[in-house]
Design a protein around this ligand. Structure first.
Ligand code: GDD
Ligand code: MN
Length: 391
């Protein structure tokens, strides 16, 4: 895919608006203007047209326009030329790759998606502190104008497949009009089949916070929809892939038990090493290198073993290599607190079980040690190293 850009300005932009085109010669200049007129004044934005070598010369028309257009403050325009019709989703991804903004807006070029609501979409990202805003036809206040019954039914069926079949919570996951923070795409391995890039993001990043705002979809006045039979087979292909993706994620969930146990075994291996450190250091200071009182030497041994335990758990058990001072000290503080807490719980339990329940001392000791050790692992996992307990 060859991509040559006609860059008008290198100004940075906060918001990048991606506009894929295929045979949109009668719409594209109008929509570029309308977007410019409707942008909120307090932001810088760039429009990126992604054209697939449209036979009606959409790409050329945009190039000419960009040569002559007066620069509007805070609004720049750019075009990516791809060599052939490569599909809507992949066009959008090409645009995102070029985008300078950390907020992305995706929309069609045929006025079905009103540029008037772009400000509200951008504001809503902040206002609701969410990762994505979807302009929605299927929530209160949203609607569709000008579609045939057949097209409406197809859209509804596709939506039902996504919500019921793939468990997507968004009411209009088929929308082609949405805004999001670019960083949410990190780690997604895109299939980018056909039209449904939004659905793919919603399935593969199911944890993101999505807000829907209503809008009226107006059927286009110029040109024709590019949706055809192959778009529909593509849809089923992509749903099938996403379904399998969901299943493999579930298997990953089950492996949580394995992760939980393998980290636990590291944690307790570290604990054992702590005994060794404790013993050696305590001996060393009470005779080896100094003639300290044995209880003082033992205190140093305890301190040393807690510290080596902490460092080993941080780097090895939980794979945390961030040693910034503030973070490390905070973690160390918590680790020491939980260790002391564990000792207290152990003492308390032994006393309670032996004295209150008349259990034998060895049995009580085993129970108390197990409880303290388990608590220690879980508390440190969750609060010191900020991991999910299960996984
Ligand atoms: N570069 C590129 N390559 N652009 C494409 C391609 C392609 O292969 N296919 C379509 N486009 C562009 C069109 O030029 C248009 O700007 C936009 O993508 C949407 O295509 P339409 O053909 O107008 O789609 P639609 O109106 O039937 O459906 C739209 O609205 C639905 C409801 O929101 C799309 O946005 C759907 O994704 C959406 O579900
Ligand atoms: Mn359209």
């Amino acid at each position: 895919m060859s991509e040559a850009g006609g860059v008008i300005s290198n100004e940075s932009a906060q918001v990048s608006i991606i506009i894929p085109t295929y045979n949109e010669s009668r719409n594209i200049i109008g929509i570029l203007k309308s977007i410019g007129e409707n942008l909120p004044k307090n932001i810088t934005a760039e429009a990126i047209v992604v054209d697939d070598n449209s036979p009606d010369l959409t790409g050329k028309i945009v190039e000419e326009y960009l040569k002559n257009v007066k620069k509007i403050a805070g609004y720049t325009m750019d075009i990516i030329h791809r060599t052939s019709k490569n599909g809507l989703s992949s066009a959008i991804l090409s645009g995102i790759q070029r985008a300078k903004g950390d907020t992305i807006v995706v929309m069609d070029s045929d006025f079905s998606h009103p540029p008037q609501i772009i400000p509200k979409m951008i504001e809503s990202l902040k206002k609701y502190q969410c990762d994505m805003v979807v302009a929605s036809r299927y929530i209160n206040g949203g609607k569709i104008n000008g579609w045939t019954l057949k097209r409406k039914v197809m859209s509804k069926v596709a939506t039902l497949i996504a919500t019921k079949g793939l468990g997507v919570k968004t009411k209009d996951p088929m929308s082609g009009f949405f805004a999001f923070k670019k960083n949410i795409l990190k780690g997604i391995n895109f299939d980018a089949i056909g039209y449904k890039i939004l659905l793919e993001i919603l399935v593969k990043k199911s944890g993101i916070a999505v807000k829907e705002i209503p809008y009226t979809f107006e059927n286009r006045s110029f040109g024709a929809s590019k949706l055809d039979g192959s778009t529909i087979t593509d849809y089923f292909k992509s749903v099938w892939k996403l379904y399998k993706f969901g299943k493999s994620e579930e298997r990953g969930e089950k492996r949580n038990s394995v992760r939980f146990l393998s980290k636990a075994s590291r944690f307790y291996t570290v604990g054992l090493s702590g005994f060794g450190v404790n013993y050696l250091i305590s001996l060393l200071f009470a005779g080896g290198i100094s003639d300290m009182w044995y209880l003082h030497a033992n205190l140093i041994g305890i301190g040393a073993s807690i510290t080596t335990n902490f460092l080993l758990n941080k780097t090895w058990t939980f794979g945390d290599r961030d040693f910034s001072k503030k973070r490390t000290l905070k973690q160390y503080g918590k680790f020491v607190t939980f260790s002391s807490l564990g000792a207290l719980v152990q003492l308390g339990m032994v006393f309670y079980l032996v004295d209150g329940y008349n259990l034998s001392y060895p049995v009580s000791l085993v129970l108390a040690v197990l409880t303290a050790a388990f608590g220690n692992y879980v508390l440190n996992k969750k609060y010191t190293f900020k991991e999910k307990v299960w996984g």
